[in-house]
Ligand binder design. Sequence first.
Ligand code: GTP
Ligand code: MG
Length: 487
Amino acid sequence: MANSKYEYVKSYGVEDEIFLPNLIVVRIDGCDFQRFAEMHEFEKPNDEVALNLMNSSAVSVSEEFPDIVFSYGFSDEYSFVFKKTSKFHQRRASKVESIIVSFFSSVYVMKWREFFPHKELRYPPSFCAKVISCGAIYVLQSYLLWRQNDCHTNNLCNTCLWELIIKGGKTESEALELLKVIDVVKHNENGSPVRRLRKKLRIVHSKNIAGISFWNKHKCLRNELGSFSKDIAKVEPDFLKSFQFEKRLMPSTWIVIRIDGCHFHRFSDVHEFVKPNDEQALKLMNSCAVAVVKEFQDTVFAYGVSDEYSFVLKKDSQFYQRRASKIVSVMVSLFTSMYTMKWKDFFPERDLKYPPYFDGRAVCYPSSEILRDYLAWRQVDCHINNQYNTCFWQLVKSGKSKSEAQNFLKGTLAGDKDKLLKQFGIDYSKLPVMFRQGSSTFWDKGDIIMINNNKPSDENSQNKVVIEHCNIIESSFWCAHPTILNA
Ligand code: GTP
Ligand code: MG
């Protein structure tokens, strides 16, 4: 598809690949779970049901992402260890951590009813996540020792462990079990189911997971991660420093957190979204964005289209001391929990068939001009995609196959598409503005009144989050709302 003059903003993204041979661990941790536990009247000190919900959600994560070979959790945290050869999302840290935390949040909300049938989920839980990269197996061993030492003070240890089912000398019942775990676990790009052997998940409790007697006994751990060579008694302070290290985003820059639905092509098909635009689905996205903007008050502006949303944090934001993983993961997690929780409000007749999830990343833009170019890039993209998709689905409706429609549109310019739509009796400019221009979500501070040199009084200043479908490429929008970028 056509490029726009705003594409240069892509170069501000930084690479964050975790290079081989580093082992990837993702740790997730509940945000303000003390409050969450109190609000939901969890039993003190341990609520077994809540812990089971955590475990069950962790099991779902391991089932969904087979590169995870080992996981370990207690209280409101879980660590997921990826096999050493993993190529999961090209080993890009922000993708890896955001996807895991998003999927976990989604499952946690979806499973809530099953575990707490008589307790209403009063607000969406959120988790933060970070990648810990371990340069060698003994660093991973130290990490596990560190986490298990913390666990002992909490006294709530659980371990999830993948073990390959295909071993020599199976009994008949094991063979039957083997049949049970052959399942449709993924869909390829064309949406066709891919069948593969699932590994068998085992949950074990209170083992010394950092000890060689536990670790080396499990063949799959040795194969996928490596063996421990000796027992260790304490964690090296330098290792601890690396486990706790958090990268911070550049000061005095606009932080944009962009989240994007994972495999929403399939998700929208399975959930029968209207093509090319489903008003309810877009409204659900907007509603989650409003919740995020309200919750994280440094968010000055958000722009959404299709399955993506960009959240702009003010330039001098000190949110989580600008720690990238914290900011991205907590926003993605809250957005996902909200999406799952609110699903029924927007699709009362449709059940969620599986957990939706999103990835996220943070990019810093050094000036408001470049930030505006970033937003313009997203809005131009919205227009280009919407025009293309509207043509595409009209052609399909008229009897062309999908590949015929694709070939027909190859090389056409915006004007050609406009003409084509006219032939179908569609005036593009009359299509709903939300489809054409996307959605802008921001605090309405009564800026329009300020433009007339009247400082807004408290009554005038509405101070509420609004959703508009305006042109954010032209300067008139920004002139009418001067406080957004002067925040
Ligand atoms: P990844 O983001 O790479 O995981 O792939 P994706 O499948 O999510 O695709 P991408 O983010 O590039 O594009 C979003 C996709 O979501 C679109 O191509 C559509 O298939 C689908 N989608 C988003 N909004 C709507 C909608 O309102 N209606 C329908 N029918 N589909 C939508
Ligand atoms: Mg997507």
